[in-house]
Design a binder for this molecule. Structure first.
Ligand code: CA
Length: 229
């Protein structure tokens, strides 16, 4: 099982461009969400935790540079900015406030797809080797979990949840967000399924499931993986 699809957020007010980008990224297996202005873009970024952000600089309301600044306060997500040919200074500013790459409009959509692939690939090394968290060693390639050197058997779903949360240490996810990311959008499951999955996973990874050191409940919000073991 490959795990959940990587998700891209496209913040672009020109609907034709947004649609074109979305269509071509979906065609390579990415999950694409869109926003047509900066405020919605920031909201969706917080709600949907994308793996990559495509950001037009000229947006109604909060502009792309400000969106980029806001996102960089909390996230190292790869950011590809889109800009008009005339705004060379915007490119410089965009890179200064944390964009990773840029494309000048009009661009060839194949070029965009290539940049997106490169950025996602570059972002991967963080999860390529085993992730270490306290006593836990999570190996995404072999889908194995060890605690203090001992192999722990997990179901596929338990592993997906663990890997997803451990790939975003410290970040809080709502039950709805976890449902989408771990189960996928097409599965009809209740948010309580997340609670029982969390509880099963805790029994396996925690020394004391009632006082979890790793998989923490954030009351009224959801769950997060501890940043430090
Ligand atoms: Ca625009």
């Amino acid at each position: 099982m490959a795990g959940p699809a990587q998700r891209v957020l496209v913040v672009e007010d020109e609907e034709k461009i947004a649609q074109l980008v979305a269509k071509n990224l979906q065609a390579i297996g990415l999950d694409v969400i869109t926003a047509a202005d900066g405020t919605t873009g920031l909201q969706r970024f917080r709600d949907e935790t994308p793996d990559l952000l495509i950001l037009d600089l000229m947006l109604p309301g909060i502009d792309g540079l400000e969106v980029c600044r806001q996102v960089r306060k909390t996230s190292r997500v790869p950011i590809l900015m889109l800009t008009a040919r005339r705004s060379q200074s915007d490119i410089v500013l965009g890179l200064e406030v944390g964009a990773d790459d840029y494309l000048v409009k009009p661009f060839h959509v194949q070029e965009l797809v290539a940049r997106v692939r490169a950025l996602l690939r570059r972002a991967l090394p963080e999860t390529e080797g085993p992730l270490r968290l306290g006593e836990l060693s999570i190996d995404p390639a072999r889908r194995r979990l060890e605690r203090a050197g001992a192999l722990i058997e997990l179901t596929s779903l338990e592993f997906d949840l663990l890997l997803f949360l451990a790939s975003h240490p410290g970040r809080v996810f709502t039950r709805e967000a976890l449902l989408e990311r771990v189960w996928g959008q097409d599965r009809v499951v209740d948010t309580r399924s997340i609670d029982s999955l969390v509880s099963r996973l805790r029994k396996k990874i925690e020394r004391d499931a009632n006082r979890p050191r790793y998989l923490q409940t954030v009351w009224g919000t959801g769950y997060r993986m501890a940043e430090e073991g």
